[in-house]
Design a protein around this ligand. Sequence first.
Ligand SMILES: C[S@@+](CC[C@H](N)C(=O)[O-])C[C@H]1O[C@@H](n2cnc3c(N)ncnc32)[C@H](O)[C@@H]1O
Length: 606
Amino acid sequence: MKKGRDLFFFTTCRTLHKTPNSSNSITATAFHETMQSSDHNSSHSQRYSFNPTLNWNPQLHNYFINAYGSDHFSRISSALTRPSRYSCIRVNTLCSTSDAVIEKLRSTVKEKLNGSDCEDVDDAVNPLKEDLDSDSSLLFKCKIPGLDYVVFVWGSGPHHVDYGNVAPKEVIVSRKCAEAVLRGAQVYVPGIMACSAHVEKGDTVAVSVAIEQQGSDGGWSSGMTRGIVLQGSETDPYYLERNGLYIGQGTAMLSRAGMFRVTEGLGVDMKDRVYELHSFHNVLEGEIFLQNLPSIIAAHALDPQMGERILDMCAAPGGKTTAIAILMKDKGEVIATDRSHNKVLDIEKLAAELGLSCIKAFKLDALKSVSQRNDIDTCHNNATNDVKNQVSSNLQVERMSPLVTESFKTETLEENGKGEKAREGAYPSKAEIRKSMRRARNGPGRNQSGGGRVDISKGFEPDSFDRVLLDAPCSALGLRPRLFAGEDTIESLRSHAKYQRRMFDQAVQLVRPGGVIVYSTCTINPGENEALVRYALDKYKYLSLAPQHPKIGGPGLVGSCEFPDGYAEEWLRPGEEDLVQRFDPSSPLDTIGFFIAKFAVGSKDT
Ligand SMILES: C[S@@+](CC[C@H](N)C(=O)[O-])C[C@H]1O[C@@H](n2cnc3c(N)ncnc32)[C@H](O)[C@@H]1O
C-alpha cells in the first residue's frame, strides 16, 4: 500500500476528564486542602476505574470513520470495550423447553445477581423482552416471533467498585484473561501476569489488565515478564497505561509465590466486578447452549428444513451447526467442516453432548470444498489402500470423497501451521510412521485434544447441498468485550476479504439451484460484509438477496470507499440495505457486531 497522502482526514479524539467542583465560600487554606484531597480522590477514583479506550491503527480508524461517521464510530468503539449486559441461552428443544430451563435456572441466577442494579440493562434489552412479572425479571424468554427457544439472563454494569482509599494489593492479568473475566469468568492462574509483593492466600486484590503496547520495533506486546513483583507505585511496569483499566477485585486463592509456581487452577475468586454476568459453565449441559443472539439468528435465517442436506463450511466449534440440526429436529444431514483437526473434534463433542445424530463433521479446507476430478481418482486409490472407515449414510461423500480415518493418515495430513496442508494425499514416509507409533505409545502430545480421530473429506460434488452456511473466519472486530485492536490494519482486513471471497466461490458451486446460501461474519468491517455481498451479486447473476426471518438487525451500508492505493470497495446499492442484517454493537439490542446476508440461488444456466 502506498504511504503518504491519505484519502480521509484525521480526527483526533480526546478524552475529557472531569475536574472537581469548588465552592466560592471556602477559605484559602480549606480550599487548598479540599482541592488536594479531592485531587487525590479524583485521581484515585479515575485510576481505579474501568474506562478503556480502544486504540485503532490510524488508517483503519479513518476507514471506519468514513464508513460510519465520527460520532457513530466512537459509540461503536466504546461499545466494543464492554460486554453485552445479558447472556443469551439457546435451549435444546429436542430435550427441553424454555419454560423448563427458566424454572431450573431461576434459583442459581437469583442467588448470583440479587441486589444488582439492572435498570439500565432493562432499557438495553427492552426490544427483546416479554412483559413478565417481576419475580422472573432476571430471566426471560425471547419475544421475537419464532425465537421462543431463546432465553435471556440479565447481567448488570458498569458497577462502581470500591478499592479502598489506599493503593490496594494488585494482580495484573493478560488482556485475554480480562476479556473473559468481563464476560463472567474467574481469574485462572495462567492469565496472571504480575502480583504485588506479600500477597497471601485470602488477601483482597484489585485486578487490572495489561493491554498490548507498541514497541519501538512496531511489534505489540504486554511488555511484562510473567511473575513480576508490583510495588504499587509509578515504577511498576505499565503503571500509567493501566489507569482506568481495573476490572474488579477478588480474593487471592494462592499466595503470590503459589500463583507463579502452579500451572493451573483458580488464581483470584472475583467478588466485585465492573460487569456482573452469570457464568453458565457446566450448567444444564446438553439442555442449553450459550450463544450470541446474532449467531442464533444466522442459523435461523438459513431456514433449514427436515430431511434436507446442509453444509456448514467453517463450523467449529459447532454453535450454528447444532442450532441448524435442532431446527431440523435432527432429521436430515448436516455436514460440518472445519480445517482444524482439534476443532472438528470439538464439533463432534458438542453434537454428542446435545444428542444430535444428523451432524457429520469432517476436516476440510473450505477453499477446497468442491471435489476435483483427480480427487475422485486419488480417493479410489486411497479407498483401496487406506480407508478403514467410511460414513455409509452419506452416499455422495462415500462415492466422491472417501474419508480417511486411519490415525497416522489423519496426523500426517495435519496443517503445517501456515494454513497449508503438508503433502496431502502422499503416502507416509518411514519417519512419519515411526512418529505415529511413538505418539501411539506416548500419547497425543499437547497440541492434540485427546488424540481423537477425525474424518477427512476431499470435498463434495457441485450442486449437492440444499443450503450452505458460510460463517466465515473474519477479523472478528465485532466481538465484545474487546480491549485491543492495534494489530488490525487495512491490509489485514483486505486479506480476510480476499479469503472470504474464495470461500464464497466454493459455496456457490456446492449449493443446488433453488437453494440458499447464508453468509455471516462477526466483524464491523464493511469490506468483509457489504463488499462481499457486492462481489457475490456482481459475479453470480443467478444470486439474489433474500429476505431474512427474523429480521431484527439494522440495515447494511450503502456506498463505496476508495483507498489511496487505488483499491476500491463497493458496498451495497440503494434498495439492498434492508435485505441484510447488520448488528451494531452500539445499538439498543446490545449484541456483538455481526452481519448476515442470505442469498437465493436461481438457475445456474442463466
Ligand atoms: C467464525 S469461526 C466459526 C464459528 C462456528 N460457525 C460456530 O458458530 O460455532 C470460523 C471457523 O473457520 C475455521 N476456518 C478458518 N479457515 C478455514 C478454512 N480454510 N477451511 C475451513 N475452516 C476454516 C476456523 O477454524 C474457525 O473454526
